[in-house]
Write a protein that binds this ligand. Sequence first.
Ligand code: G3P
Ligand code: CA
Length: 284
Amino acid sequence: TPLEQQLKDLESFQVIAHRGASGHAPESSMAALELAHAWGVDYLELDIQMTSDGELVAFHDDTLERTSNGEGHINDHTLAELKDLDAGSWFNEENPELADDTFAGAEILTLEEVFNRFGQDARYYLETKSPELNPGVEEALVRRLEAYDMIDTGRVLIQSFDQESLLKIHDLNASIPLIQLVWYYPDENNDERLVEWTGVTPGPDEITDADFQAVADYAVGLGTNYLYDGEPVITEDFVEQAQENNLAVHVYTVNDADEMQHLLDWGVNGLFTDYADRLIELTE
Ligand code: G3P
Ligand code: CA
């Protein structure tokens, strides 16, 4: 079945366009998605949040200031209010060398707009972002995926740092493949020791097969950072051990070609990158 094919594809290397082609165009905009789609990436990655009137939109930050001309928390605004914002001009201002007049006025996209544009012709790697600020996001998301027939057709992965959010998704639809996101960083009291932000696993130095298995009980993979403050937090052994426990390893967010090559040599199963074009060049 298509879903079985999707799971099989996860064993090989996946190019994940982080917020679309966000190194070239405003993140999570239609321009960024169009570009990544045209390159033939394996997944379009988007963070999903909910508006005050219950619509699902693709937006990374909890607040509007960095990537739009709006103010405040995204989930305090209605879709109509968000649709009036300009989520593109900030990119032109910050990246004059990449500026493009057509980016100005870019709209915050609903998930429906994304599905209406790319439909069954793309795969989507959707994150339940800040689920504590977006109550009900799991149910709304699963219902949308079902309505657009994205699950049985093997079109979607759902990722979250929030384990509870992933388990909610599974309660709603057990077929959806899940990725547990983790973020490793030095313990503030002992920087020799790495810990995990949300406590889903112990740090990579202390992790055991049983810890990986506990994640493999509900998820098909782990999404992990590679670096903290320029220093690697995971090793080739970590990658191997995760894979031996049936977890694909996807690493974020890797934009440097040498780092990409290094992780490819380790045999990771995918990379989140703002520059999928660079990654495709290395994998071809
Ligand atoms: O979803 C993987 C990676 O994108 C997690 O970090 O902050 O970019 O969503 P963030
Ligand atoms: Ca993300």
